[in-house]
Design a protein around this ligand. Structure first.
Ligand code: SAH
Length: 215
């Protein structure tokens, strides 16, 4: 899978190749689904684990902001796959936080992470996953060098912009039917620059009730 993503130029760095080799997607995909096929998979609760090429794209966009010791927030952490990748990159001195609003997914993501190469970081406390509305971010560990949002918001939630550190970067899909993956850079003077990276299709960043009842 990693070789395929390298061949197609989606993984461009050694760092991202290494982390995607180390965090085995097979541990995060529900039993019965083929884990190394480049496509999203249903994980229940109207949620999906993103396709490997989307995980790789986001890791490439965020890698400079996931250096050892940095703080990373993964909103809509789902299976926990990217949270685990972030934890490996920021290491024991950093903090990787997942926020997910479906309690059952938080529980299963913690089980997945416990089987993975970053289980020790979960025990030591540099990696954590919480049940909460990710549109509000996770103020306790702000500001963040890197924020990833794994579900599409109609517009960028203000609390997430506020919790981004000057010099930090957020990657967030924005839109309803047509969505763009936006790259939000907060400059050192606090000003914010936003550009579109590519067209994408994510599940919505919404309320728990709307997600479970499909409205
Ligand atoms: N990166 C995850 C993506 C999971 S799909 C992965 O690859 O496994 C998007 C996730 O966002 C779903 O799990 C969904 O439950 C969650 N989500 C949607 N709206 C949310 C909200 N307001 N707060 C927290 N999580 C939310």
């Amino acid at each position: 899978m990693v070789e395929y993503l390298q061949q197609y130029g989606i993984i461009r760095s050694k760092k991202v190749a290494e982390v995607m080799e180390a965090i085995d997607r097979g541990l995060f995909v529900p039993g019965g689904s083929p884990p190394y096929v480049d496509s999203p998979m249903q994980i229940g609760y109207n949620a999906t684990i993103s396709a490997p090429h989307m995980h790789a794209t986001c890791l490439e966009l965020l890698k400079e902001h996931l250096q050892p010791g940095m703080h990373a927030l993964d909103v809509g952490s789902g299976t926990g796959y990217l949270t685990a990748c972030f934890a490996m990159m920021v290491g024991p001195q950093g903090r990787a936080v997942g926020v997910e609003h479906i309690p059952e997914l938080v529980t299963s993501s913690i089980e997945n992470i416990k089987k993975s190469a970053v289980a020790s970081l979960l025990n030591e406390g540099s990696l954590s996953v919480h049940v909460a509305d990710g549109r509000l971010g996770w103020p306790d560990l702000a500001p963040y060098d890197a924020i990833h949002v794994g579900a599409a918001a109609p517009e960028i939630p203000q609390p997430l912009i506020e919790q981004l550190k000057p010099g930090g970067r957020m990657v967030i899909p924005v839109g309803t039917v047509f969505q763009d993956l936006k790259v939000v850079d907060k400059k050192l003077d606090g000003s914010v620059k936003i550009r579109s990276e590519t067209s994408v299709r994510y599940v919505p960043l919404t309320s728990r009730a709307a997600q479970l009842h499909n409205y």
